[in-house]
Design a binder for this molecule. Structure first.
Ligand code: ARG
Length: 253
């Protein structure tokens, strides 16, 4: 009897051990890494026709190569559902310009940051570009971003959320909101593409450290990816990509 129950225990133990191999073991076994992004935050992640491109797409592909991954499978989702899907282990990582925040760090683990930037306030010329000037005004932000919470600190600022930055920009151009906050490099890119006619922007309002997110409790995956990241940062790959997309090196100083 004792022997049988021992056997049963051993069997159950082997089942649970098999049911949860580490995510990194799985990646090594299949050679495939499942990655998620948004596809609407140029030049970090965006679609050119049907192809997902961008700085953090290229960077993630390069990091993955360094740790023996043969293929990165990309899927795109709405920004505010990305970390939820990660919690459900629907993919191995999210590269979508998430800032490291204490709140997010409760739900996911972050790699070391791969760039530093911050939100700027975009308005029509002469529009409100400080917290004080924004009192009693309306500001557009993309849903789920750090910017969406930022204005809670201001007095009487009405925050309107939009699915994507481009929707907020439409609202700003048609005077439905007074301002919009998004990343400085996104604004520089849209400006370069002529998509911000007559709009002006502030300095960075709040600095952020941006990192790839992985499911909580996958220390081997975090260690491997951080090693890959540090390699691309030191072997010239990062510098080249950053130069290509931004004309400067945007790593955290
Ligand atoms: N850095 C900001 C944040 O952490 C904005 C990120 C937006 N990313 C995107 N793919 N739309 O919330």
């Amino acid at each position: 009897m004792k022997f049988v129950s021992l056997l049963v225990t051993a069997f159950l133990f082997s089942l649970t051990a098999q049911a949860s191999p580490s995510q990194f073991d799985e990646i090594k076994k299949t050679g495939v890494l499942h990655a998620a992004s948004e596809g609407a935050f140029p030049p970090f992640n965006y679609f050119k026709g049907k192809t997902l491109e961008g700085f953090e797409i290229d960077l993630t592909n390069e990091i993955s190569k360094r740790i023996g991954v043969k293929k990165v499978e990309w899927k795109t989702y709405a920004f505010d559902s990305l970390l939820i899907g990660l919690g459900e282990k629907r993919y191995d990582l999210v590269a979508a310009s998430h800032a490291i925040t204490p709140e997010r760090a409760k739900a996911v683990d972050f790699l070391n940051p791969y760039y530093c930037s911050g939100g700027v306030i975009l308005t029509k010329s002469g529009g409100p570009q400080t917290m004080a000037a924004l009192a009693k005004k309306t500001v557009a932000v993309a849903v789920g971003t750090t910017y969406a919470q930022f204005f809670d600190k201001g007095k009487g600022i009405e925050v309107k959320t939009f699915p994507k930055d481009v929707d907020g920009i439409q609202a700003l151009l048609s005077n439905k909101v007074d301002a919009l906050m998004t990343d400085k490099f996104v604004v520089l890119q849209l400006k370069k593409e002529g998509k911000l006619p007559g709009l002006v922007y502030s300095e960075i309002i709040e600095q952020e450290r941006i990192a790839i997110a992985v499911h909580k409790g996958e220390p081997q995956l975090v260690a491997a990816l951080n090693e890959g990241l540090s390699k691309v940062m030191s072997d010239g790959t990062y510098a080249k990509l950053s130069q290509k997309y931004f004309g400067e090196d945007i790593r955290c100083k």
